[in-house]
Each structure stands twice: as C-alpha cells, then as structure tokens.
Design a protein. Structure first.
Length: 130
C-alpha cells in the first residue's frame, strides 16, 4: 500500500475524532457489467472505504452517502493526489457500462470505538474535575 494513502487515512481518522483506534484492510470489489455492485451495494455504515485504484475505467458513476464521482471525476481520476483519494461511506454503488467486469480497489477502515461514547466519556471527565 502507498504510504501517502496510509498517512492520509491516519489524518482523516484524527480529524473525525477516532485517533489511532481503527483497523484497515484492502478490499477488491468486482462491479459486473450492466450496472450495480455484485448483487448488492457495499453497506459501509460506521466504516469508510477509500478508493485506491491506480487506473479507473470509464464508469458511469461511483456513489456513496457522502461522495459522488461523476463520469468527469472518474475521467480525471488520479489516486496520487489529494483530490484522487475518495472517501465513501453508507451505501456504495457503481454504474458499470464498460462491456466488461471492473474491479474497484478500496482500503476499508473500521474505527474501533464509538465516537459518541468517547465524546461522552470526555464530557464526563470534564465535569468530574469541577
């Protein structure tokens, strides 16, 4: 895996309040020709998928609850730029009309702590000091 991508993921987890308490793994998803993920969309609630393909075929779109990549975004995709690392969460789907199956490469990141619980603990600690 590219060290730049791992550093970016570490930065995003810090920004979202998860710190270093997360795990990650590479995931390859085959998108069948004719549209849609294999059978069902990726269900990525409470986890994050970072697109890391070196080359992206001319798909119709890739869409999650927080990100939509249009055909123009896909045509200009470069995973070695900040704009190229796309973060997806929620229901993730792709439209494939290329005439062949396509593989999308992601890094799946799963925070180990519930952010709401950690924030509640922090607030409780603040009030217990006073």
């Amino acid at each position: 895996m590219n060290e730049y991508i791992l550093k970016y993921i570490a930065q995003r987890m810090l920004e979202m309040g998860f710190g270093k308490d997360y795990s990650f793994e590479p995931v390859v998803v085959t998108v069948a020709d004719g549209g849609g993920m294999p059978c069902n969309p990726i269900t990525a609630y409470n986890e994050y998928y970072y697109l890391v393909n070196k080359v992206l075929p001319a798909l119709g779109y890739i869409e999650g609850d927080n990100t939509v990549m249009t055909p123009d975004d896909i045509a200009n995709y470069s995973n070695y730029s900040v704009a190229g690392i796309q973060e997806f969460t929620g229901n993730i789907v792709a439209d494939n009309q290329t005439g062949a199956d396509v593989q999308l490469e992601f890094i799946r990141v799963v925070p180990r702590v519930n952010r709401a619980d950690s924030e509640l603990k922090y607030v409780e600690e603040l009030f217990s000091k006073h």
